[in-house]
Design a protein around this ligand. Structure first.
Ligand SMILES: [Zn+2]
Length: 344
């Protein structure tokens, strides 16, 4: 009974001192477990004289109840603390800045092709697309390119089916193929632009890539002349590079246009006084163009006594490099996000 009294005197502090539920279970085991003073005393009740048993038994029961009540009280406290801790850990601070959500965007090449197409759509042109694998007839013959022309060699053009006597298949070297394909299916007047991917057996350098993108323009109507071509390109350049831009046409040669010209635009960076962008010349060479050779119109059955046309082709990468000061064509294909993110 003395031991029990001591136990009851110290028990509240021991129970309160349990720092967590696990420690409390240990204390509970010591106070009320099978080897505890209370349990052992109960087991030895039988050895007591019969008149003492009810008294001692009642005291043991009371001690058991008191200890149980203290332990349950502490357990309730500890459970609440544990729950609060969990809630605290799960708490969301709604005032923290959100993680930035990055949306996708069009690649600069696609943006450029879309922008050029939009400029011509606003002039009433249609947008057409076609196959990247095409016949040599569409890529060369119908475009007035003689069988001996060096651009037809395997060193320049990537063939799928080289030397096939019926018709060779190749990866188109220009979107001009769409001139022919469209005119085969439609009567004049024709006002189209054809954006798309092209292939040439070029080695990668700062301005050449074996895969690149072009946008082709074609207008065929009555009384179309070089003057219409010049006016259209001047409008295109003012829209694309700024309202102050001037153009000039220098004589050139392409098999499918006659006369042919190389279009230069006045440097948007220095306004013609000469800088690094324009190689100190004040002008930037941007695209090839010309009046459609009558042989091309005849190849698709157009009446050349009535219809004439102009055509131009421009590289999307070239346009974007000039406008944004990009110094190597590889930047379009490496998909380095540090580069691409500059053009969102
Ligand atoms: Zn310049």
């Amino acid at each position: 009974m003395d031991q029990l009294k001591t136990l009851l005197a110290t028990a509240p502090d021991r129970i309160q001192a349990a720092p967590n539920l696990e420690a409390l279970r240990e204390v509970e085991n010591q106070l009320l477990g099978r080897k505890s003073l209370v349990a052992e005393s109960r087991r030895s009740l039988a050895s007591l004289p019969s008149e003492e048993r009810p008294v001692v038994g009642a005291q043991l029961n009371e001690a058991h109840q008191r200890l149980t009540a203290l332990i349950e009280g502490r357990r309730a406290d500890l459970e609440r603390i544990a729950e609060d801790g969990l809630l605290l850990g799960d708490r969301v601070d709604v005032t923290l800045p959100a993680r930035e959500l990055r949306l996708g965007w069009h690649h600069l090449v696609t943006q450029t092709l879309d922008e050029v197409a939009d400029i011509f759509v606003s002039l009433g042109y249609g947008v057409v697309t076609g196959p990247e694998v095409d016949t040599a007839w569409h890529n060369f013959d119908a475009l007035n390119t003689p069988p001996t022309h060096p651009s037809r060699l395997e060193s320049d053009t990537m063939y799928v089916d080289y030397g096939n006597p019926d018709d060779e298949l190749l990866l188109r070297t220009q979107t001009s193929t769409m001139q022919v394909r469209y005119m085969e299916q439609h009567d004049p007047p024709v006002y189209i632009v054809a954006p798309g991917r092209c292939y040439r057996a070029d080695t990668l350098d700062a301005t050449h890539s074996p895969v690149f993108h072009q946008i082709e323009g074609l207008a065929v109507d009555e009384n179309i002349s070089m003057a219409d071509l010049k006016g259209t390109l001047a409008h295109f350049m003012r829209e694309f590079l700024g309202s102050e831009r001037k153009i000039r046409l220098l004589p050139h040669f392409f098999p499918f246009t006659e006369p042919s010209a190389e279009m230069h635009v006045s440097c948007f960076n220095c306004d013609g006084s000469g800088c690094r962008v324009c190689g100190k010349s004040g002008w930037i060479e941007l695209l090839g163009c010309g009046v459609v050779d009558p042989h091309v119109l005849e190849a698709v059955g157009y009446d050349t006594s009535k219809y004439s046309g102009f055509a131009f082709g421009v590289g999307a990468e070239r346009l974007a490099m000039v406008r944004h000061g990009i110094n190597h064509i590889k930047h379009f294909y490496e998909n380095d996000l540090r580069v691409l993110r500059q053009f969102t």
